[in-house]
Design a protein around this ligand. Structure first.
Ligand SMILES: Cc1cc2nc3c(=O)[nH]c(=O)nc-3n(C[C@H](O)[C@H](O)[C@H](O)COP(=O)(O)OP(=O)(O)OC[C@H]3O[C@@H](n4cnc5c(N)ncnc54)[C@H](O)[C@@H]3O)c2cc1C
Length: 442
């Protein structure tokens, strides 16, 4: 018979959790666990660059910010994002505003300067009683893994975090983003998606902006695609394209971004007489989901678990949501001041990991519709199907479809079986002869 939670560890005590990485996922989990009484140590290497990707959020982030009591503060340095415009060519575009899908979808999101956003989350974690340590953490396989935790903190990490009292924590959380510390320590392979792009981006001032204020602009380019994300005083402009196509644009990231703007009439007119006010940052942009997201005594959250693709901006949402899910799953023990037994912890972590894996898979499936042209083809097909004065039935069908695409792409219900099934059905039978390949992103 399973031992009772308190019997497994003796008298009641606080759950001790070590979180490695203070990006959005790590700090959010730290806040939520500390609020429920866990003893949390948060370790970050403090190597944050001047520019960070992850500036455009989806509406489903806002309820989480409210739960963290951080919406007001976030709003003070961010820009309201009313929606997104997708531009396939100079004559083919669609602009979506989230309020169209309310109340099922939160009616707005934010565009955030990421360093400030991360600082805000971290400050809240510290204010919630989290023990914050700046150190480059190490995770190593536990030689006695068969009898306990599979991973342990390296001795230097334990020494750098006196709050741990030299004791191994009950749970180690890998929130190191694409460093994937736990996966590397244990040799856990990733399941890779089809895109292997590179992204270059920078901030600009003095640009000319004809779109709705705050509206994110995603545009298909000759190769790859570009983003324009309006921040409070600046515009973030990025390009995402294959390695070879990037190399053809120029040698350095600066040359490539400059050239990409010069050959794209839409970007050229936006930048106008504006000027670049930061260096050009470079990110590898691939898609991956970890084959395994947890093990005895440890778990992955955020990008460490999986990274989808930035075109629909789900990264920060997936990071925050993974933290929320894990914290909620642990809360019953925290409220009872009880420590889950290894079997109970295994059960919590495995159901969390299954949910997170499903979310990542659903987003990967959704973003594929944009890359291979099916979503653009469906929109064209929908337009050709609608007469100038559509009757009630056609209007209702169109609203129904748009609503379900909105639910998927806003994060409100990306795993919904019905919405995904509808999109699959339409992608197969609803294209009315339009060839998606013509609208694909190279
Ligand atoms: C090109 C591109 C564009 C993107 N655009 C968007 C977007 O518009 N919207 C969006 O929502 N998402 C976007 N993303 C994704 C988004 O940036 C990530 O999903 C998000 O940052 C994940 O947060 P995280 O907390 O999991 O990881 P991270 O933000 O990567 O945080 C990890 C933290 O761990 C620390 N760390 C790493 N190793 C160690 C170690 N050994 N010891 C201690 N600390 C360590 C790091 O310094 C960092 O602070 C984009 C990604 C790319 C590549």
């Amino acid at each position: 018979m399973e031992r009772g939670v308190n019997e497994s560890v003796g008298p009641a005590r606080r759950l001790r959790v070590a979180i490695i990485g203070a990006g959005p996922s790590g700090s959010t989990l730290a806040i939520l666990l500390a609020r429920e009484g866990a003893a949390v140590t948060l370790v970050d290497d403090g190597r944050r660059p001047e520019l960070l990707v992850g500036e455009s959020l989806v509406p489903a982030v806002v309820p989480i910010l409210r739960r963290l009591d951080l919406e007001k503060e976030t709003a003070s340095f961010s820009r309201i994002k009313p929606g997104v415009s997708f531009i396939w060519s100079s004559t083919d575009r669609v602009s979506v505003t989230f309020d169209r899908f309310a109340p099922a979808v939160f009616p707005y999101a934010y565009n955030v300067p990421r360093p400030q956003f991360d600082d805000t989350l971290l400050a809240k974690a510290i204010a919630s009683g989290v023990d914050y340590v700046t150190a480059r953490a190490q995770l190593v396989p536990n030689p006695a893994a068969g009898t306990g935790a599979e991973l342990q903190l390296g001795p230097e990490t334990v020494a750098a975090a006196p709050g741990l009292g030299g004791q191994p924590p009950d749970l180690v959380v890998d929130a190191t983003g694409r460093a994937r510390l736990a996966a590397r320590a244990l040799g856990i392979p990733p399941r890779l998606g089809p895109r292997k792009d590179v992204a270059h981006f920078a901030h600009f001032e003095g640009v000319s902006w004809d779109e709705t204020p705050g509206q994110v602009r995603i545009a298909r380019g000759e190769a790859g695609w570009s983003w324009c994300i309006p921040l409070q005083e600046r515009l973030s402009i990025g390009i995402v394209l294959g390695q070879d196509d990037a190399a053809r644009l120029g040698r350095t990231p600066e040359e490539r971004l400059e050239r990409a703007i010069a050959i794209d009439p839409g970007l050229t007119s936006i930048v106008g007489r504006g000027r670049r006010v930061t260096d050009v940052a470079t990110y590898a942009n691939y898609q991956l989901i970890s084959e395994r997201g947890y093990g005895p005594g440890w778990v992955m959250i955020g990008d460490a678990f999986g990274f989808v693709d930035p075109m629909l901006s789900p990264g920060v949402f997936l990071a925050l949501r993974s933290s929320e899910q894990l914290a909620d799953a642990l809360t019953p023990w925290l409220r009872r001041r009880a420590i889950p037994s290894p079997a109970e912890l295994h059960s919590v972590l495995s159901s969390y990991a299954a949910t997170q894996s499903e979310m990542l898979t659903a987003w990967l499936e959704l973003v594929a519709y944009l890359y291979d042209g099916r979503l653009a083809a469906l929109i064209q097909a929908g337009r050709s199907w609608m007469p100038e004065n559509p009757g009630f039935a056609k209007r209702a069908i169109q609203t129904h479809i748009a609503r379900h695409v909105g639910l998927l792409a806003s994060g409100a219900a990306t795993t919904s079986r019905y919405s995904r099934g509808l999109l699959r059905f339409l992608g197969r039978y609803g294209l009315r002869g339009i060839d998606p390949a013509e609208l694909a992103i190279r």
